[in-house]
Structures are given as structure tokens and as C-alpha cells.
Ligand binder design. Structure first.
Ligand code: M6R
Length: 630
């Protein structure tokens, strides 16, 4: 959940290495702040001394602190932006944490599960603690090993050796970065179950939770494996396992440019990302078929014969990605006739699920680092299932640990509330469904061509929704004092309703609930009171007519009880007008593809309403972009 940056350059400023460690680290933290913003802190090594600053709250608080109490110019530094787990978001609990008499500084992302036991052990040795964090225990352990086990000897590995020994004692999930005053030109890092990427420069090297931590300086990145330690200097990158055995990282080129992770003139990243959606869907569809219109998903390296034998699909994901999975279920079952379950990843492995070699597990994750999803994928593999990951982040852990990956090409998503990744995930899931149907001969190639043609029309249709969103924005602003908004949908409109409600909760802090419209009479209708706003996502009148008629009846039912009905319907649907206070039309599209359109007005509504309330839509309270703890 936290963001981590490390940097070492050459002290003489040769090559590209004339950067100040503090500048690099702060720029990295600015880009990684989406990962957590409960506090921020930095430490630099200069003239054989560690100096650090840390402040609770957003990065801007740390910048003000650095303005008031500057740090020395130097070429070795680490920085951290925190999403609090152990201990509240205070200055004291902010990282870095120091040990070895202030000579060692450490930052951490993850949870040290055996911290209490280690703390007791260290306290028995006389170590005292200033914070409530598990991180300070890791810092103290590392300092203790460096000083008492290795006698502070830097000639034989020093901090690297101490990190190896410390990691052998740590349980849980962690990325750790440490600097020591006695090794001023080195940053040592370790990773287990938490993300860490190395950036390769000329006469300088970088570490980041993801590549955005150093994207302004290099596009050459190295993926680290599980349980590895990396030591960077200005001119070297050495990787070992936790026992000192040499290991190799996998180098790759980062293909997005820093500008795509900037706001580009929009008031927020979320606004930009909603606006990016025609591109996100278009890019995800790009290059997926051959000249005969046959779908080709080159990344799916699972033997087609095995895929033909799949008799059950389980989609695993969390949050918005799980709603994308629910949309996928309707499409996959329709096209492939394979029973498909969608499960919240954190529930999955605790219920003894039934799966075997004929089960295909499809995980969906924007970040590729969500711990709940990762653990569920690992569990599924252990049970012999085949795993495919739908992911937006190149080189991240979930695709790396899956049998195959289908990348979405939405570009970096920075706002905590997911928007463009959701549409790209749905698009990729459709492609996967069509691919399986093609492989298994469930639908004719002509039909696949037709669906692909309909999908290729989606970007322009999203654009037209964006271009005509004025009245919706106005409505959202007028509703800024609402206390509760309900969302109803049926069939593929149901996950859209859930997603609409989640967006509003996340960024506007308004009570919002999504319901399957048919469930209304079984309880939720009791919530309807005079003036209660209810969004209704209406299916196409050209689809199964009973479905449309049923949802129109649901609108009437809530309206009869005083609800203000705000309807998202397909252009030309006149039937809804009589029962709607406001209708927002989306272009005509086949029913199964409608979520790619009907979601967009709900995203815009949440964004506009939260902005009218004056909230920071990119960094909503209590949240972080990727949840890398269970
Ligand atoms: O990175 P992932 O797609 O695995 O993240 C899953 C959820 O944490 C994420 O979708 C979350 O629900 C977002 N805040 C939704 O806006």
C-alpha cells in the first residue's frame, strides 16, 4: 500500500548522475503518492550521517517541513509515502524509522506478521521503541544484526548481509529499503510478497514500488523475484536470495511515457482518466485479430487443448475489478456456455473451493499487486487450476505468477478510484470470452467478427457520452448535499449499479448502495422515502424485452414511493421518460456490451458531486490505490 523510492548517484556528478537524491526521491514520492498518503518521509546519507524528515498527512506537509528544515545535498536517499496499518497516521509512526543509534534508516511497505514476538526479543536486549509500527521493529532487528552480529563490519557485505539475516527472521509481506551511515553509497532492499522494481540508469540506479517512482529518469526496469535482496550503488545492481545466493532479475522496457502519468490539463487524475476511456478501450482492443478477423490473443500461452477441456471458470478479483468480473460472467457464460463463478479474492481460499485441472481461474487486477488476489491465485495454482491474469501493470506480481496474462492497455491509472481500468478490464474479459468461444467452437466466426466490430465502435460512443455530459454534471452539482443515493440494475446493469455506488462512496463519502433491481421487493424498497434519489440502469429495449419491461416496472415501483428516479437508458428508449425525473441516454449497443457505456455517466456523476463538495477526488480518505496487505 505504501510507496517506496530509493536512489544512488555518483558523488562526482559524472554521466547522468548529477541528480540530487532528494530531488529524485521527492519526484518519485509525488508520483507514488496514490499508494498512500497518511504520511511521508525521506532519509539521506551525507558526510557519514543519516538525516531524515517525516510528517503525517500528505506529501505537501513533508515539503513544507523540508522548506523549514532543509536536508543536505547528497546522492543517496530513500523516501516513503504511507498507508497506515500498524499505528495511526502520526509523525511518530511515519517512515523512515531509525536504529543503530540513528545510523540506519529503514522504510517498509507491507506487514511484518511476527513483529510482536521480535519486539519482545529486542526489548529484552534493551532496545526501546518510539512508534507503534511493525516497521520500527524491522529497523531495530536490522540495526541489531548489523551492530551485534556483524560488529558493524562493512567489508563483508555489511548492510546487505544484515538484510539477508533479518529477512530470514521476518514473516509476512514486505518491501524494505535501508541506508546506513557507514555505507553512504549503497541502498539495500528486500522483497517478499510486496512490489519492488529496480530502475537502471547511467552512473545512477533507482528503486521504486513501481516504475512511476523513477519514470522521469529511466525506462529501463528490472523485475525482482520473490524473496530477493537487491543492493544498488551508482554503478551496480546485485541481486541475491535471502541466503546470499546470487539471483538474476528480468530487465524490461517501460513503454509509457511520464506525460501519461500527469493530469494533462485536467483538474484531477480521475477527470483525466475518465476522459482517457475511449483510448483505454481502443488500446485494449488493438491488434487482437488477424486479417481474416480471427481473434488472436498471443499472450495466452496455455495449451489450447487444455483450454478446450475447461469445464468451470472462476473469476477472482476485489472491488471494482470484481464488478468487471461480474460483467464478464454474463458474457462468458453466454458465449462459451462454461459455468462461471465470480468470487471476491479474499473470500475464496477460506471456503475450501472446488477446483481442479479443468478449472480456469481468471484473476482481474489493475495493479497486479492486490495481495488478496495474489494469494487467491497462488492457492488456485496449488490446487492444479490454470490461471490467466487480466492486468494493467506490466511486470507486476499477479501476471508473473499466472500461467498467462492478458494485458489491458489503459495506461497508468493514478486516481485511487478506478475508472478507465474498469472499462479496459471488461473489454479484456470480453476478448477472453470470445477467444474461448472461438477455440471451443461455441459461436460462429461470423458472430465473433460482429461482436468485435461492435466493440470497435465503443470508443467513439464513450466519447459522445463524455461530450454530452453537461446536464449530468449540473445535476450532480445540485445534489451535493444528498445523504444517500441508491443504484439499481439488472443483468449486466447490476454490476454497473454496484460500481456506480462504489464510486460515490469512495470519493464523495455519501451512503450509496447498488442493488439488483429484482431484489428490491425483497427488502431494499423499504429504504425508499420521499425524495430518495435512485439511479436506474435500464437495459436496451431491443434486447430481451421482458428484461427491459421488468426494469421499467422497477422504476415505477420506487417512483410510486416517492423516489426521484435518475435513469440511464439507451437512445430511443421512450418508455422510460414517463417515469424518470432525469434520463441520460447512451448510444445504442448490444446488451452484453452496455456496461462499457452505462458506467460512464455514473463515474462522471460521482466525480462532479465529490468535486462540488470540495473533496480531493484523487486521494480519498482512508484509501490507497493498491491494497498490498491482506
Ligand atoms: O489493483 P486492483 O484492480 O487489484 O484493485 C482492486 C481494488 O482494490 C480496486 O478496484 C478498488 O476497489 C478501487 N478503489 C475501486 O475504485
Amino acid at each position: 500500500m505504501c510507496g517506496i523510492v530509493g536512489y544512488v548517484g555518483r558523488p562526482d556528478g559524472h554521466g547522468n548522475a548529477g541528480h540530487s537524491a532528494l530531488d529524485v526521491v521527492l519526484e518519485g514520492l509525488r508520483r507514488l503518492e496514490y499508494r498512500g498518503y497518511d504520511s511521508a518521509g525521506v532519509a539521506v546519507v551525507a558526510d557519514g550521517v543519516i538525516s531524515s524528515r517525516k510528517k503525517s498527512g500528505k506529501l505537501s506537509n513533508l515539503l513544507a517541513e523540508l522548506e523549514a528544515r532543509p536536508l543536505p545535498e547528497t546522492v543517496t536517499g530513500i523516501g516513503h509515502t504511507r498507508w497506515a496499518t500498524h499505528g495511526g497516521p502520526t509523525d511518530q509512526n511515519a517512515h523512515p524509522h531509525l536504529s543503530d543509534g540513528g545510523k540506519l534508516a529503514l522504510i517498509h511497505n507491507g506487514i511484518i506478521e511476527n513483529f510482536a514476538e521480535l519486539k519482545r526479543e529486542l526489548m529484552a536486549k534493551g532496545v526501546t521503541f518510539a512508534s507503534e509500527t511493525d516497521t520500527e521493529v524491522a529497523a531495530a532487528l536490522l540495526g541489531d544484526i548489523f551492530r551485534t552480529k556483524l560488529n558493524g563490519d562493512v567489508s563483508d557485505g555489511g548492510l546487505t548481509r544484515a538484510m539477508q539475516l533479518a529477512c530470514q527472521r521476518l514473516e509476512g509481506a514486505f518491501t524494505l529499503l535501508a541506508v546506513h551511515a557507514d555505507q553512504p553509497d549503497v541502498v539495500v532492499a528486500a522483497r517478499r510478497n510486496s512490489p519492488l522494481v529496480v530502475g537502471l540508469g547511467e552512473g545512477e540506479n533507482f528503486l521504486g514500488s513501481d516504475v512511476s517512482g523513477f519514470i522521469d529518469y529511466t525506462r529501463r526496469a528490472v523485475e525482482l523475484g520473490q524473496d530477493q535482496i537487491v543492493t544498488i550503488t551508482a554503478d551496480s545492481v546485485d541481486i541475491t536470495d535471502f541466503y546470499g545466493a546470487p539471483a538474476e532479475g528480468k530487465e524490461y522496457h517501460v513503454d509509457w511515457d511520464p506525460a501519461s502519468a500527469e493530469k494533462g490539463g485536467f483538474s484531477s487524475f480521475m477527470a483525466k482518466e475518465i476522459n482517457d476511456q475511449p483510448d483505454a478501450v481502443g488500446q485494449t482492443l488493438l491488434g487482437r485479430s488477424d486479417i481474416n478477423g480471427k481473434l488472436t490473443l498471443d499472450e495466452i500461452r496455455i495449451d489450447p487443448e487444455l483450454l478446450k477441456q475447461v469445464n468451470k471458470i472462476i473469476v477472482l478479483a476485489c472491488g471494482t475489478a470484481a464488478y468487471a468480473g461480474t460483467v464478464a460472467k454474463y458474457a462468458i457464460e453466454n458465449w462459451c456456455r462454461i459455468p462461471t463463478e465470480v468470487e471476491l479474492a479474499h473470500e475464496f481460499r477460506y471456503r475450501d473451493p472446488i477446483l481442479d485441472a479443468n478449472t480456469l481461474v481468471v484473476s482481474i487486477s489493475q495493479s497486479g499487486e492486490t495481495m488478496d488476489t495474489l494469494m487467491a491465485v497462488r492457492y488456485a495454482r496449488e490446487q492444479g487450476a490454470k490461471t490467466i491474469s487480466i492486468c494493467n501493470t506490466n511486470g507486476s506480481t499477479i501476471p508473473r505468477e499466472s500461467d498467462a496474462v492478458l494485458y489491458t492497455h489503459a495506461g497508468p491509472e493514478i486516481a485511487v478510484a478506478s475508472t478507465k481500468a474498469f472499462l479496459a478490464q471488461i473489454t479484456a474479459a470480453y476478448l477472453l470470452g470470445l477467444y474461448l468461444a472461438q477455440l471451443r467452437g461455441n459461436i460462429f466466426s461470423g458472430q465473433i467478427k460482429d461482436v468485435l466490430a461492435d466493440l470497435n465502435k465503443i470508443p467513439a460512443k464513450i466519447q459522445s457520452i463524455l461530450d454530452n455530459s453537461g446536464p449530468l454534471r449540473e445535476l450532480a452539482r445540485s445534489m451535493k448535499d444528498e445523504k444517500s443515493v441508491l443504484f439499481l440494475g439488472r443483468h449486466v446493469g447490476y454490476p454497473v449499479a454496484l460500481e456506480g455506488a462504489l464510486k460515490l462512496k469512495e470519493i464523495a463519502y455519501i451512503h450509496a448502495e447498488g442493488f439488483a433491481a429484482g431484489e428490491l421487493k425483497h427488502g431494499p424498497i423499504a429504504l425508499i422515502d420521499e425524495g430518495q434519489p435512485v439511479f436506474v440502469v435500464v437495459p436496451s429495449p431491443r434486447g430481451r424485452d421482458s428484461l427491459h419491461a421488468k426494469v421499467v416496472s422497477n422504476i415505477q415501483e420506487v417512483r410510486a414511493r416517492g423516489a426521484r428516479t435518475l435513469v440511464i437508458a439507451e437512445e430511443g428508449d421512450e418508455a422510460v421518460k414517463a417515469y424518470a425525473e432525469h434520463v441520460f441516454y447512451v448510444p445504442e449497443t448490444p446488451t452484453l456490451l452496455m456496461p462499457l457505456l452505462t458506467t460512464v455517466p455514473l463515474q462522471i456523476f460521482a466525480l462532479e458531486l465529490a468535486s462540488a463538495k470540495g473533496y480531493d477526488v484523487d486521494q480519498p480518505r482512508n484509501l490507497a490505490k493498491s491494497v498490498t496487505v491482506e
